[in-house]
Design a protein around this ligand. Structure first.
Ligand code: GRF
Length: 195
């Protein structure tokens, strides 16, 4: 199973995938890692691991449509079986979703459909929920919508800040992402579900 991973930031979820592949616990080929801006640590990590990288810089394009078209063709060039949005903070167009129909996987640091969007951790805390978590799902053209593959809960502690909570969620999120990819690579339809 060939995957392309899209990142916007530090890429610690990506690192978990790289580590699992290296350790022999995940039978996927990371065909490439792409970012929407230059200078991400995610791309740096990948280059250090010998993985091909590419950047389709959002700011270099006149509009969202032309950026989306460039991103779509960059990803298509690596002929992935699965495209992973792993901390990729840009909304992609329906044309991208169509190009990778049923192949675009997203991770989100909340229990969808609760708290979609860029601030899932902050929004859960602000609402006052006592339990949040993370979700791995097939992404459709909405914001953090599409069929859910796996979820796991994380209890919010009274002393949590957004950062401490997000870090605890990410520990679970990394494990869930790797487990989901492993199950998909093994052809299991209910990929990654812990129950
Ligand atoms: C993850 O929690 C992801 O779900 C969210 O941003 C975080 C990215 O973390 N959208 P990292 O870049 O993998 O460390």
């Amino acid at each position: 199973m060939r995957i392309v991973v899209l990142v916007s930031g530090t890429g610690s979820n990506l690192q978990a995938v790289i580590d699992a592949v290296k350790a022999g616990g995940l039978d996927v080929e990371i065909a490439a890692v792409g970012a929407d801006r230059p200078g991400t640590y995610g791309v740096e990590r990948s280059a250090a691991a010998g993985i091909p990288t590419f950047v389709v810089d959002f700011k270099s394009y006149a509009d969202r449509a032309s950026w989306n078209a460039a991103l779509t063709s960059a990803v298509e060039g690596y002929t992935p079986d699965v495209v992973v949005s792993s901390g990729f903070m840009r909304i992609v167009s329906p044309a991208f979703i169509e190009a990778f129909d049923g192949k675009y996987l997203n991770t989100h640091p909340a229990l969808l459909p609760a708290f979609p969007g860029a601030h899932g951790v902050r929004d859960a805390m602000a609402y006052g929920v006592k339990v949040t978590g993370c979700t791995v799902h097939w992404a459709d053209a909405g914001v953090d919508t599409g069929p859910i593959i796996a979820q796991e809960a994380v209890v919010i502690a009274p002393e949590d800040t957004e950062d401490t909570l997000h870090e605890r969620i990410k520990i679970v999120e990394r494990r869930l992402l790797v487990a989901t990819l492993a199950a998909l690579a093994a052809g299991q339809p209910n990929a990654g579900h812990p129950n």
